[in-house]
Design a protein around this ligand. Structure first.
Ligand SMILES: Cc1cc2nc3c(=O)[nH]c(=O)nc-3n(C[C@H](O)[C@H](O)[C@H](O)COP(=O)(O)OP(=O)(O)OC[C@H]3O[C@@H](n4cnc5c(N)ncnc54)[C@H](O)[C@@H]3O)c2cc1C
Length: 281
């Protein structure tokens, strides 16, 4: 299907981009790597009047560094850049592990972390890891800059709490001086170009407490606080009891790829495998 005509804007500075967003009201579709936007455009799911391409802002939105105990990742950083980043691999290697499972090489080369977040797919692979890492997004507009925990940004499938004049500039993850151990497991039907049937991320904080989040097991990726609490407060909990809490936490759907009951079982299995691989079971 041929998309209907649209205007394209290529701002050269962030300040130009924010002006375009403010003037464009609800009419503008932001384009980063385009791996979500272009298929949706081609399939007639979206009909933007104007597309704003962030490519010229690469230098402003592609930093990866640690400042005052915060790992800052620009919204335009690609999955490949995250996988290859020494900074990420020395602080939160579990994020690189998740990015490595995304799509295929071509998709990882183009797809960005900002795009993965705003796409807000229940199965988005960076999302459970970022939730378990307590990630916060920096949101900018002409009027103001604000920070929002990722958990509050994600509203539902494809829905985020962003105004039409706002965009994400940076993802911020609190990190300690030592590496944060974590594990990401994704269940799919094959190894590449694989949308998660279920996914789990477990991160150990500096006190050894477990933080757990799930993907494709609810209308949006979720943090599993009740499961965390149970595991952190009682080291001798029976696995059957943990499983009961996991089953209570997740709310998967049945679809062509898996039934809800199967997804629930897999949520428990993936959690078990993450904990076992981290040596904390
Ligand atoms: C073949 C294929 C395989 C895929 N496999 C996977 C997979 O395994 N796992 C997975 O999680 N995803 C997968 N995806 C989805 C996609 O590649 C990722 O979600 C990717 O990270 C999107 O990033 P992008 O830069 O291409 O986003 P774009 O397509 O450019 O944008 C996506 C959305 O984010 C918005 N946006 C982008 N940047 C910003 C910003 N800075 N501020 C505000 N809004 C912004 C856009 O307006 C749009 O709504 C796949 C896609 C394809 C086509």
């Amino acid at each position: 299907m041929l998309p209907s005509a649209f205007e394209i804007k290529n701002p050269k500075t962030l300040s130009d981009a924010l002006e375009i967003l403010q003037d464009g009201k609800d009419q503008i579709q932001i384009l980063a790597g385009g791996t979500d936007v272009l298929p949706r455009l081609k399939n007639g799911f979206i009909h933007p009047k104007m597309i704003m391409d962030l490519t010229m802002l690469k230098s402003e939105l592609s930093q990866i560094n640690v400042e005052n105990g915060i790992l800052k990742i620009g919204a335009f950083v690609t999955h490949t850049q995250i996988c290859q980043s020494t900074v990420v691999n020395n602080t939160v290697p579990v994020l690189a592990q998740a990015c490595q499972t995304i799509g295929c090489r071509q998709i990882r080369n183009r797809g960005t972390i900002g795009g993965n977040i705003v796409n807000a797919s229940p199965a988005g692979d960076t999302l459970p890891v970022l939730l378990a890492l307590d990630a916060v997004v920096q949101i900018i507009s002409r009027a103001k800059t604000r920070e929002l925990p990722l958990d509050d940004l994600l509203l539902g499938p494809g829905k985020v709490s962003l105004g039409s004049d706002e965009m994400i500039s940076e993802i911020r993850i609190p990190v300690k001086s030592s590496i944060m151990k974590g594990m990401f497991k994704k269940l799919g039907t094959r190894n590449a170009l694989n949308i998660a049937i279920a996914s789990a991320a477990v991160v150990l904080d500096s006190c050894g407490n477990k933080r757990i989040a799930y993907g494709a097991l609810a209308p949006r990726p979720i943090r599993a606080r009740e499961v965390e609490e149970a595991l952190n407060q009682n080291q001798n909990l029976l696995w059957e009891d943990v499983k009961t809490i996991i089953f209570r936490t997740v709310h998967p759907i049945s679809d062509v790829r898996a039934s809800a009951d199967y997804r629930k079982e897999m949520a428990a299995n993936l959690t078990y495998m993450c904990l076992a691989d981290l040596g904390v079971l």
